[in-house]
Design a binder for this molecule. Structure first.
Ligand code: MG
Length: 376
């Protein structure tokens, strides 16, 4: 299959406002390809391998980590991009970086750090993802951060409060003007949810926290289950689950592509700015499949993410992060020089932000080891 011509409303580097620091063009790569490559070579990307998605790293070797989750998101995103003649490299870049700002220990960690930061502006993983690529990565001689293209940064910043948006310049404007991001960003956002819904069914089932009978009550799962079971009545549970999951992903992704295509046809955007000003997202599932997708999401929220076994782990890991935060706030020299030297000792808020940056960047196992080393 040759490279298709991109839609006029796909992201186009020649019409982008580009990078914050001007750079000479690469000889053999487009600008979004270059962003994707920068993301893959970053420190933050390598850290994802030891960060929790749902299950803490040491709970088992087969569970998703943030790294494998991000690769699955990118994989689905690329399929959708190609089907809709959108910018594949841009979607891939956004998907691979979308979780850079996550703390160790997943959402439990983010909640703990947000609580610690309550008096200092809070902590939000989306905003932190942007902060990682804009400021915290230190790889280039001429600037801090990865100096990514506007559309990549726009996609990474999925949500943002108006207060924070006002301080972000160009990339924050759409939250103030109630505009949408480009289609690549919209799709990256949706396929993130498709990926975790499906792989969490797999991980939750493997962990024994959710069962087949419960899952069958979910229409998205139930329909595929009945079809697979009828055709292959002797399948063992593991293979049954995998076969159901691949069919669920296919159902939802196909629906997303078809519905988005229909939306685009109806609205007829000519440029990415038309997409941004469409008044609502043009990437979407049909109402029926979206309701099923959300149903499964709610089910996982209730039965997996808040399973008592997970809640016990939540308390444990939150205590670790809160201890670390207190320790560094009391004695900033307990952090590496790279961080402690950035603290303005007369400004507690800026100090807290540096501590949050340091803690958010930790992997699960580093946070545990550091806690053990300092507290014993
Ligand atoms: Mg994600």
């Amino acid at each position: 299959m040759g490279a298709a011509v991109l839609e006029s409303f796909a992201a186009d580097e020649s019409r982008s406002i580009g990078r914050r620091y001007e750079e000479t063009k690469a000889a053999y790569r487009g600008e979004y390809q270059r962003d994707r490559d920068r993301i893959i070579h970053s420190t933050a990307f390598r850290r994802l391998v030891y960060k929790t998605q749902v299950f803490v790293n040491h709970e088992g070797d087969l569970y998703r980590t943030r790294l494998t989750h991000s690769i699955e998101v990118a994989q689905i995103g690329r399929t959708v991009a190609l089907a809709l003649n959108l910018n594949e490299a841009l979607i891939e870049a956004i998907c691979l970086a979308h979780d850079f700002g996550h703390t160790p220990f997943g959402h439990a960690g983010q909640d703990a750090l947000n609580e610690c930061m309550r008096d200092f502006g809070g902590f939000e993983h989306n905003l932190q993802s942007l902060r990682v690529v804009d400021v915290l990565e230190e790889r280039y001689a001429e600037f801090s951060g990865l100096n990514l293209m506007f559309e990549t940064r726009e996609g990474i910043l999925k949500h943002c409060s108006k207060k924070n948006a006002a301080e972000l310049g160009d990339v924050g404007k759409r939250f103030l003007n109630r505009e949408q991001p480009g289609l690549e960003a919209q799709i990256a956002n949706i396929v993130d949810a498709i990926a975790y819904n499906n792989h969490d069914v797999d991980d939750g089932f493997r962990a024994g926290l959710i069962g087949l009978e419960q899952l069958r009550e979910q229409p998205l799962f139930g329909k595929q289950h009945d079809e697979v079971h009828e055709r292959y009545p002797d399948l063992d549970d593991r293979r049954l689950i995998y076969e159901i999951i691949r069919r669920m992903i296919n159902t939802v992704v196909t629906d997303l592509i078809d519905q988005t295509r229909a939306n685009v046809k109806e609205f007829a955007p000519q440029s990415i700015d038309d997409v941004r000003r469409a008044g609502k997202p043009l990437a979407s599932m049909s109402d029926e499949i979206y309701a099923q997708h959300v149903g499964l999401k709610r089910f996982l929220n209730k039965h997996l993410y808040r399973h008592e076994q997970k809640l016990a782990m939540t308390e444990k890991v939150q205590a670790i992060l809160k201890d670390l935060f207190q320790i560094y706030m009391t004695d900033i020299d307990k952090m590496p020089l790279q961080f402690s030297s950035a603290v303005d000792k007369h400004d507690q808020t800026s100090g807290a932000r540096v501590v949050a940056d340091y803690i958010a960047g930790m992997t699960d196992r580093f946070a545990i080891a550091e806690h053990e080393r300092i507290i014993g």
